[in-house]
Design a protein around this ligand. Structure first.
Ligand SMILES: [Zn+2]
Length: 207
């Protein structure tokens, strides 16, 4: 079940012409890559999006205990140029936490949209020594912290030649990065018991 595409930078519902599915129109941001999502995340939807995606679909590997995938969004179709995988689960000190993993081609503006930044790419935010890292498909990917809203934490780096963003709610859920987080590209393998959960509140930018 597909729902209306939104702007990758602000979450506004877009006007997309049937003859031009690669581009949508946002009143604030003009021409943008339409961000699609499904009302409920399902294995077959993940497999379909991954089949022709041009960027990775990252999930934690292994998934933290009692965590699940809680949303999937993709920019542009066919051949997604941006993919967001939302995950959620219990935080170690109580309460719940959410993690968005974003892979996007430069110029899309999705990661900046979640972080609440005005531009489309991190630019000079990637400067100086990195403060964290993940293993993305076995390769070390350094990450830089990004200034963002009080309710979240955001990091950006690069993997497979495209931006890799991690955004967590609350900000303290960045503890996930303290434990040598490994990421699997679902284009390699959507395993049948990948745990799925109800849709994340933060799946779309602007939330
Ligand atoms: Zn917009």
């Amino acid at each position: 079940m597909s729902v209306s595409p939104v702007c990758p930078r602000c979450g506004e519902v877009l006007v997309v012409r049937p003859e031009s599915t690669a581009e949508g129109w946002c009143h604030l941001h003009a021409a943008v890559t339409p961000l699609h999502h499904t009302a409920l995340v399902a294995h077959d939807a993940i497999t379909a999006v991954c089949a022709d995606a041009r960027v990775p679909a990252w999930v934690p590997d292994p998934m933290p205990t009692d965590w699940a995938v809680t949303g999937l969004a993709w920019g542009g179709e066919p051949g997604a140029r941006a993919i967001v995988v939302a995950c959620a689960g219990p935080a170690p000190l109580g309460g719940s936490a959410e993690l968005l993993l974003v892979a996007e081609e430069p110029g899309t503006g999705l990661g900046c949209g979640y972080a609440g930044l005005p531009g489309v790419d991190p630019g000079e935010l990637i400067d100086g020594p990195s403060t964290a890292a993940v293993r993305a498909a076995g390769q070390r990917a350094p990450l830089w912290p990004v200034p963002t809203r009080d309710d979240r934490a955001a990091f950006v780096g690069e993997a497979y030649g495209v931006w890799l963003w991690l955004v967590t709610w609350p900000g303290s859920a960045a503890w996930l990065l303290a434990e040598d987080l490994g990421l699997l590209d679902l284009r390699e393998r959507v395993y049948p018991d990948l745990p799925l959960g109800p849709t994340s509140d933060h799946l779309l930018p602007g939330a």
